[in-house]
Structure formats: C-alpha cells, structure tokens
Ligand binder design. Structure first.
Ligand SMILES: [Zn+2]
Length: 88
C-alpha cells in the first residue's frame, strides 16, 4: 500500500484548548463543515473561525465578545444560531 497523505480536522477550544470529542470516538473530521456541524451539535460555538467549548467563563466570554458585533445589551443565551438570520 502506498503511503497516502490525508487531511483531517480537529476542533480545539480557542479559550481552554479542550479538544472536541463527541464521546463516540469522533475527534477527527474529514472536512471543516463536518467538524463545524458536529461541534455545534454538542453546544460548541463556532464563530469567526474560532471554536469555543460549552464551558462559560470569562476567558470564553471574552472571545465571544470579540467575535460578536457590539450590541447595546450584551447577553448571551445558552445557544445562539450563528448560521442563521437576523434577529426579528
Ligand atoms: Zn473551552
């Protein structure tokens, strides 16, 4: 068998370096889209090319604040749809 180079993607939290694991052995993803979908499905935040695990502390919040456009009232609900549309 020839030696074949493949590319896989690993999701790691930008704040605490936790490596994403779907608890079924899924840590390597063939595409960025697959990685993003899996991460979002388990409450990771994918925003501005950054990844945040579900931990919520000041370090994680700081990255969220940087990535989000400024708003008069800064409140982050448990889950935000970053793919989707505008606020109604
Ligand atoms: Zn984290």
């Amino acid at each position: 068998m020839p030696l074949t180079q493949v590319t896989v993607h690993v999701v790691q939290c930008d704040a605490c370096n936790t490596v994403f694991d779907d608890e079924e052995g899924g840590t390597l993803f063939p595409t960025v889209a697959a990685a993003n979908d899996s991460a979002r499905a388990l409450d990771w935040i994918v925003i501005g090319g950054q990844y945040l695990c579900p931990t919520r502390d000041q370090a994680h919040q700081a990255i969220i604040d940087q990535a989000m456009p400024p708003e008069p009232v800064m409140q982050v609900p448990g889950q935000i749809d970053f793919d989707g549309g505008e606020e109604p």
